[in-house]
Structure formats: structure tokens, C-alpha cells
Design a protein around this ligand. Structure first.
Ligand SMILES: [Zn+2]
Length: 189
């Protein structure tokens, strides 16, 4: 499968949604709950303005190595939250897009729409490559068209996260659209 857009890891920082200029600093805190569950609190702080935001993730949801698959069929599904750990490989096969894990990969936390916007930016950069053949350019245009439909909730697709060391997870709007397949450890060794 060809991959038109592979996003560089440096892009996994967030621009401030309030002032646009600042970079959000991300602070993670893990809390133990009385019922033995864990909860991750992520705090976002802008280095330029006063913008800040907290997000809470149930940490024990999906910690095992495996494959997470979410079917996105409505614009509501785009609000599902995604946490990609540094070892997580993220892929949207219908759009031929993927983010590979890397040694310097940082954690990545956003919603589905946020991922699509990042991909759109990467595809646009790729489109301006002068070395593309006419055929390649047509393919890129097609992907861009489908990507924009997807951003508006008009293009059903599958988001897959493969994580060999665990820690990535998805908090879906509709749990019936999420599946998890555990890696067979004996198979990998
Ligand atoms: Zn700001």
C-alpha cells in the first residue's frame, strides 16, 4: 500500500487554539483511584497566552499490546478521542494515510477530526512536490477530496492503531464501533 502522507513527529505538538501563536505544553499526571483503577489527567497549557485545558482519561482502558479498530461512520464519531503512544502505528487504510512510530515519537492525544486535519496538512505539502507525475497528482487530489469528505463526516473510514508495547487507546463516542484484538505474544517472540 502506498502512503502519501507520513507525518513527521515534530508535528505532534499542538498550536494553541486560542492565540494560534503559542505552543501547548502538555503535562501528564497519573492518579490511583480508590477502586484500583488509574486515571490519567492531561493538562494543556499555552506558553504564550492564558489558555489551558484539562482532559481525563481512564488509564486502564487499553494498556495491552494489540490492535484497536474504530469504524467512523457519522460526524459524531469524529469526536472520539485518540491517544497514540510512541510505539503506536496509526493508519487509515481507506485514505492511504499512516503515521509510523519512531524512536523520537512523542505521545499524541487528540480527537479523530484533529488527526484528519493533520493529515490534510501533510497531503497538501505533498501535493506541492514538483516531482509528482500526473497520475500521482490525480491520486493525491482524490485522497484530498476523500479526506475533506471525512472531515465533514461524509466518508466512512476505519482508524487502526497497532501498538506492540501497549498504551495506545481510543475513547469512542459509540463503543459498539470499537474493537480490540490482543497480540498473541508467542507469535511475536
Ligand atoms: Zn495561546
Amino acid at each position: 500500500m502506498s502512503k502519501y502522507a507520513s507525518e513527521p513527529e515534530e508535528e505532534f505538538t499542538f498550536n494553541c487554539p486560542s492565540c494560534q501563536d503559542g505552543i501547548l505544553k502538555i503535562i501528564k499526571n497519573l492518579y490511583d483511584l480508590p477502586d484500583k483503577d488509574k486515571m490519567l489527567i492531561i493538562k494543556f497549557e499555552c506558553d504564550n497566552c492564558n489558555y489551558h485545558q484539562n482532559d481525563i482519561i481512564p488509564y486502564t482502558t487499553r494498556i495491552e499490546p494489540g490492535i484497536l479498530t474504530l469504524n467512523i461512520t457519522t460526524d459524531e464519531d469524529l469526536k472520539s478521542k485518540v491517544y497514540r503512544s510512541p510505539t503506536g502505528e496509526l493508519e487509515i487504510p481507506e485514505l492511504e494515510l499512516a503515521v509510523e512510530p519512531g524512536p523520537s515519537a512523542k505521545f499524541y492525544y487528540t480527537n479523530i477530526q484533529g488527526i484528519l486535519y493533520r493529515f490534510e496538512r501533510a497531503v497538501l505539502i505533498h501535493k506541492n512536490n514538483k516531482d509528482l507525475s500526473d497520475k500521482e497528482r490525480q491520486d493525491v487530489e482524490k485522497i484530498l477530496e476523500n479526506l475533506r469528505k471525512a472531515i465533514n463526516g461524509n466518508f466512512p473510514f476505519t482508524l487502526i492503531i497497532k501498538d506492540h508495547s501497549g498504551g495506545s487507546y481510543i475513547i469512542p463516542i459509540d463503543y459498539s464501533k470499537l474493537s480490540f484484538t490482543k497480540f498473541d505474544i508467542s507469535q511475536n517472540s
